[in-house]
Design a protein around this ligand. Structure first.
Ligand SMILES: [Zn+2]
Length: 174
């Protein structure tokens, strides 16, 4: 028996710590994903950054990884054009203000006129409208991942079909 490895159509779970560097202050902590609540993804289906996937390829459970990924291979440059002001009326529900929705820091899922899904963070609300930032929170940042492989299993046919994981056991369907 060969140990199952991280390769196309495997469901891989990883734990990691992510440090980020804006190019000015050096690397600082951003996020930790623990062994007990790892991140699951379907290998080989563009579900994670290609450079990170490369660093994981061929590894087996218990193996560790460490990789630094420049912003250009991460979430790209910060784009000031992705900061937009949208009229307040667009956020009214049944003609009423929705203060909860427009809390500063809230991330609102939206759709552009071509039907593309995007997420905008509320920066502020003033007389001009709702100021939203559609940049990824990781835009413009160099990334440093350090972690290990927590588990690997073969994907179910349905998961391969959909191109994504259906939860830790493949049971969560959608
Ligand atoms: Zn699905």
């Amino acid at each position: 028996m060969m140990p199952i490895r991280a390769t196309k159509n495997a469901v891989v779970a990883v734990s990691y710590t992510l440090l980020v560097d804006d190019g000015e202050t050096g690397f600082r902590w951003y996020e930790t994903v623990t062994d007990t609540d790892p991140f699951y993804f379907l290998f080989g289906h563009h579900n994670i950054l290609p450079k990170l996937e490369e660093a994981l390829e061929g590894k087996s459970v218990g193996d560790s990884f460490a990789i630094t990924i420049g912003f250009e291979n991460g979430y790209g440059d910060y784009d000031p054009a992705k900061k937009v002001i949208i009229p307040k009326a667009n956020f009214k529900e049944e003609g009423k203000k929705n203060r909860d929705l427009l809390r500063i820091g809230n991330v609102i899922p939206m759709q552009d006129d071509k039907g593309n899904q995007m997420r905008g963070e509320v920066l502020k609300v003033d007389y001009m409208g709702v100021h939203l930032d559609f940049n990824s929170p990781l835009a413009g940042l160099d990334l440093q991942f350090e972690g290990k492989i927590v588990s690997i299993r073969e994907a179910l046919p349905e998961e391969v079909d959909h191109g994504h994981v259906h939860g830790p056991d493949g049971q969560h369907t959608h």
